[in-house]
Design a protein around this ligand. Structure first.
Ligand SMILES: [Zn+2]
Length: 211
């Protein structure tokens, strides 16, 4: 049997088990999607959001990309964000990165990776904002992990800079924004930054006053 065929077999077994333990399970999920959380995470296969938070289908709306970025020109991210905030009315948005992130690591050197350079450029910009602080650290691992943390914080701020989030803050006093980092060594998520609705940004130029 091929590896991919095993996935389909496992899926059948899972669906059967779910039906047996809860006959109405799928019927309920078909009719409603009302997650409280939008998760913006890294595509890394070692950081599966539902597994590490023990959440069930229907509980988290998920967007993943390389290094959990919130890029203000990324139509994919912005569409997910707008839908999550305006239609699903999620109460929390979590940007969850992780230590040992290959995306951030790739952004920290001068190697050219082709088309991915365009994406990594956003992380290099975060490095540039915080270069003094990062370069002061003695080891490469510490520098990498600090950039990972700073990158997560920067992406939370990027969320707060969108008119989508600011409009929702004004109208519904939500969502609450969170920056978290996941540690592959112990499986623990550690909060880094917390931005309740209507928090102010360091630079008021990003705050729209006519939404
Ligand atoms: Zn990663």
């Amino acid at each position: 049997m091929q590896r991919y065929e095993l996935l389909l077999l496992e899926n059948k077994a899972w669906a059967k088990e779910m039906r047996e333990t809860d006959p109405d399970y799928f019927e309920r999920l078909v009719n409603v999607q009302k997650p409280d959380f939008l998760w913006i995470g890294c595509s890394d296969s070692r950081v599966p959001p539902d597994k590490i938070t023990q959440t069930q289908p229907g509980e988290i709306f998920i967007h993943r990309n390389i290094a959990n970025m919130v890029v203000h020109t990324d139509l994919n991210l912005l569409s997910v964000l707008q839908y999550a905030v305006e239609v699903l009315k999620v109460k929390h948005i979590i940007v969850c990165g992780h230590y040992n992130c290959g995306g951030v690591k790739a952004a920290m050197n001068r190697h050219s990776y082709g088309i991915i350079n365009k994406w990594l450029r956003n992380i290099k910009d975060v490095y540039r904002y915080h270069q003094q602080e990062i370069d002061r650290l003695p080891t490469e691992e510490e520098r990498l992990n600090r950039l990972i943390e700073l990158n997560i914080k920067e992406q939370v701020l990027n969320l707060a800079k969108t008119s989508i989030v600011q409009k929702a803050w004004k109208e519904y006093n939500q969502p609450h924004l969170h920056g978290w980092v996941y540690d592959l060594h112990d499986g623990i998520i550690r909060p880094l930054l917390d931005m309740p609705a209507n928090s102010h940004l360091d630079f008021p130029i990003y705050e729209y006053d006519d939404l």
